[in-house]
Design a protein around this ligand. Sequence first.
Ligand SMILES: C[S@@+](CC[C@H](N)C(=O)[O-])C[C@H]1O[C@@H](n2cnc3c(N)ncnc32)[C@H](O)[C@@H]1O
Length: 329
Amino acid sequence: MVVRVGEHLFVNGDCVQGALEHLPDGCVDLIVTDPPYGIEANFLHRHYNRDERFVVGGYVEVPKEEYGSFSRAWTAQAARVLRPGGQIYVVSGYTNLYDVLGALRASGLREINHIVWKYNFGVYTSTKFVSSHYHILYYAKPGGRRTFNLQSRYANDETGHSGGSANYRDREDVWSINRDYKPGRIKNKNELPRALLQKMLQYSSNPGDLVCDFFMGGGSTAAVAIGLDRRFAGFEISPAIFASRLPELRAVVPGELLASVASPRAHVVRHRGKTWSDSDEDALRGRYEELSAAGKTKEAIVAVLAREFGRGSWSIRKRLKIILGAGIR
Ligand SMILES: C[S@@+](CC[C@H](N)C(=O)[O-])C[C@H]1O[C@@H](n2cnc3c(N)ncnc32)[C@H](O)[C@@H]1O
């Protein structure tokens, strides 16, 4: 089943087939995904301290012996659909990490970071250490400009709670982010926390970008992407999970999260009041044309340019009008 909601695409089906049918080469700016673990996730509840009545059934696992070929098949599609410079974050447990790493390397994508996500989880063990982290493999497709919004969450000169640089702290490669606590509410087996997804999307995409999730599960990537005013395309093979979460996804208002996510203080507008030089204007025109040719909306373009040029949105709009006259869409 294929469902289109505005500019967003939700496909109930296999991600490899779905990508081949719906995503042309190079059309995706960012993939954030969390593949099945190949560890009999249907028995995960034995470890989790939670009420299973609210967990949606129908999770589709991949047999351990197929995990290598499965990983190579979907990462090859991911590499194909990413634009040059496009990026991917893959969340993986330790058990089959070897297969995921092998597949990513074979796909021709380039490693940017290995991030450790430290969570609070409720996995109880008494005879060994408690498992409390996941791996996040952050890769990019070579050959194009990579989006990394250095000050999207904290300005360079912002001080954090501990007195050090908030920006530096936020960009360390160990992230401590708690799972969302949703007592009595419907959830997927392994729902990723919104804060984790927001962080990846804020650093590695811009409003209007196409964000994709090959394994949607409960649709957490979709909800955050749309909430941050990105476009979304995703796949989920389980009819039960797909059907149960679609109404929530339809109800997400584009941009509804923008006001609530971490954002730098106003002084990140570092060139406020500075005169525009000829070379500033040339660079602004060039970047406007690039984003416009990529099909970004006017709102998205202004947001990106404001961040990249360290100016307020008003200043960007005014300068574009001067440079392009009626040309601004
Ligand atoms: C770890 S979960 C994703 C959880 C999701 N990130 C969330 O926050 O809810 C993996 C999902 O992939 C789905 N899946 C398994 N094989 C698939 C395939 N070939 N194509 C698309 N989805 C698949 C499973 O049914 C499961 O819902």
